[in-house]
Design a protein around this ligand. Structure first.
Ligand code: CTP
Ligand code: CA
Length: 228
């Protein structure tokens, strides 16, 4: 299917999209995060809005302007992000997970700032795994009956096709979009690899804005095919 971006190609659809990093507190003044800029997710939110979708953007801590006409919800931790997403997933027809969710968080954030005690002893951090937001949404009844189309992202440093193919199956999503990272973090351009049950297709290097439009057009074509 050849897909073109048009101002109405996602009309009638409700997109829920995650973007940016998460921030996992260690204590009131410190935490663990990552270098995700949020740019790709914000570009997709903008493109989807320009394609006629109603867009809710659940964003981790990033300093990016909210695209015009997009409803933005700011969150910090993976748990906050999961909660914000689950509250809104039922109303959505399309879910795109671009957020770089922290895989682990400190098991308990200290209530007070951790101080050096003068002994030279280092604090030891214990971690627990964060919930998998994409897998949780993809396994929800709303998605399983086909009313919510789920799209995952993956940044991989090597063997992109193999990792993206395995990740698509593991997450249980029809479409997984891969890119080679972390080289693209914060950059204004990127190249994407679209992996579905039938194979893969590359969107060659372009600006994140152009890639977002191409991806939106591709997803719109998939949604239109499904409803035929
Ligand atoms: N994701 C998510 N919640 C998590 C981890 C990942 O929603 N706790 C989503 C991301 O937004 C992305 C996809 O899952 O759409 C793949 O994320 P990635 O970090 O590449 O996959 P992981 O399963 O965490 O595997 P790993 O980091 O070990 O490669
Ligand atoms: Ca991860």
């Amino acid at each position: 299917v050849i897909a073109f971006f048009t101002p109405q190609c996602l009309a009638g659809h409700k997109l829920l999209i995650t973007a940016g990093p998460t921030f996992e507190a260690i204590d009131p003044v410190r935490g663990i995060t990552n270098h995700s800029s949020g740019k790709m997710g914000f570009a997709i939110a903008r493109a989807a809005r320009e394609a006629g979708a109603e867009v809710t953007l659940v964003a981790g801590p990033v300093h990016l302007p909210t695209p015009r006409g997009v409803h933005r919800i700011n969150v910090k931790s993976a748990q906050n992000m999961l909660e914000a997403v689950m509250q809104r997933a039922q109303a959505a027809t399309l879910f795109i997970a671009t957020a770089a969710v922290a895989d682990w968080r400190p098991a308990a954030a200290a209530e007070q700032k951790i101080k050096k005690d003068g002994s030279g002893q280092m604090p030891v951090l214990h971690f627990v795994e964060n919930p998998d937001i994409l897998a949780t949404v993809a396994q929800s009844q709303h998605a399983l009956v086909g009313d919510l189309f789920c799209v995952g992202f993956a940044a991989e440093s090597h063997d992109l096709l193999q990792h993206a193919t395995a990740k698509r199956a593991r997450k249980g999503v029809p479409l997984l979009v891969g890119n080679i990272g972390p080289a693209t973090f914060g950059q204004d351009d990127n190249a994407l690899l679209l992996v579905d049950a039938h194979g893969h297709r590359e969107l060659p290097r372009a600006s994140k804005r152009e890639l977002a439009q191409q991806l939106v057009a591709d997803i719109a074509a998939r949604l239109a095919q499904r409803s035929d």
